[in-house]
Design a protein around this ligand. Structure first.
Ligand SMILES: Nc1ncnc2c1ncn2[C@@H]1O[C@H](COP(=O)(O)OP(=O)(O)O)[C@@H](O)[C@H]1O
Ligand SMILES: [Mg+2]
Length: 253
């Protein structure tokens, strides 16, 4: 028997991510924080969008909502044609597992596991046979230049190498949406550029999209679009390919 599924019934949109009127409040009363105050944002397929803005303006909150790890207070979030608010939490977990890769600011790697085991975790959780998961993880680690560190422990790696393991883990299940929260913040200029180059080479595909939170201006030239955030809202979006700017910031403001 096939049950009607309101989530699957939604038609695909022409953008990978559509955010409309999203607000997010933390706490209540005297402790109320309005982290997002009505965010509208589109991320087209085939694009790498950078989200920039001062510390505390709501970048992590917004990308966590888009990645499905945090619930919006109000508003609409359509990811790969699916309405996140319409999903039960078990559906959301499955959707995330199958479609979303997340690189956290603090890498969240498992220190007791080797490099290749860390990168294979999403596939093992998805039920893959261990040997197949390890093989797929080895391939992506190879592309990221860690082919000679497969059996090292995480603690034996430099910060830049750990960052690349976190990226391998986020990409190993070939997610259609990759979200990276400040992936270059603890890297030097050269490793920052190498990391963004790898992300854009591997993850930017016609049927996929990438969001990178950053305030590292050294990597802006890898962006297709740059969305500037301020005080819980998107203030402007610049298309780097055409140099067109939606809601351009006012001169001298
Ligand atoms: N779990 C939380 N509880 C209470 N306040 C939070 C929480 N997460 C974020 N905030 C607040 O929401 C605002 C936006 O935070 P965040 O999204 O982390 O900003 P950014 O990533 O741009 O630095 C900040 O004022 C922050 O203190
Ligand atoms: Mg943040």
């Amino acid at each position: 028997m096939t049950l009607f599924d309101p989530v699957d019934a939604l038609s695909e949109t022409d953008v990978a991510v559509r955010v409309r009127g999203v607000t997010k409040e933390f706490g209540s009363g005297d402790w109320l924080t309005k982290a997002l105050r009505g965010v509208d944002l589109d991320v087209p397929y085939g694009a790498l969008l950078m989200l920039v803005g001062p510390s505390g303006c709501g970048k992590t909150t917004l990308v966590s909502i888009v990645a499905g790890t945090l619930q919006a207070t109000e508003g609409e979030v359509i990811v790969l044609g699916k309405d996140l608010a319409a999903m039960k939490s078990s559906q959301k977990v499955r959707f995330r597992r199958d479609n979303v890769g997340f690189v956290f600011q603090s890498y969240n790697l498992l220190p007791a596991l080797t490099v290749v085991e860390n990168a294979a975790v999403p596939l093992i959780i998805a039920g893959w046979r261990r040997s197949h998961a390890i093989e797929a993880a080895s391939e992506i680690l190879d592309q990221l230049g860690l082919g000679n560190r497969m059996t090292s422990l995480i603690t034996e790696l430099s910060g830049g190498q750990q960052q690349r393991v976190a990226i391998a883990r986020a990409l190993v299940h070939e997610p259609r949406l990759l979200v990276c929260d400040e992936p270059t913040s603890s890297l030097d200029a050269e490793n920052g550029r190498i990391t963004l180059e790898l992300i854009s080479k591997i993850a930017v595909q016609p049927d996929r999209a990438v969001i990178v939170v950053t305030h590292d201006s050294r990597v802006y030239d890898f962006a297709d679009q740059i969305a500037s955030m301020e005080d819980g809202q998107i203030k402007s979006v610049r298309d780097c390919r055409t140099n067109a700017c939606k809601n351009p910031p006012l001169e001298n403001s």
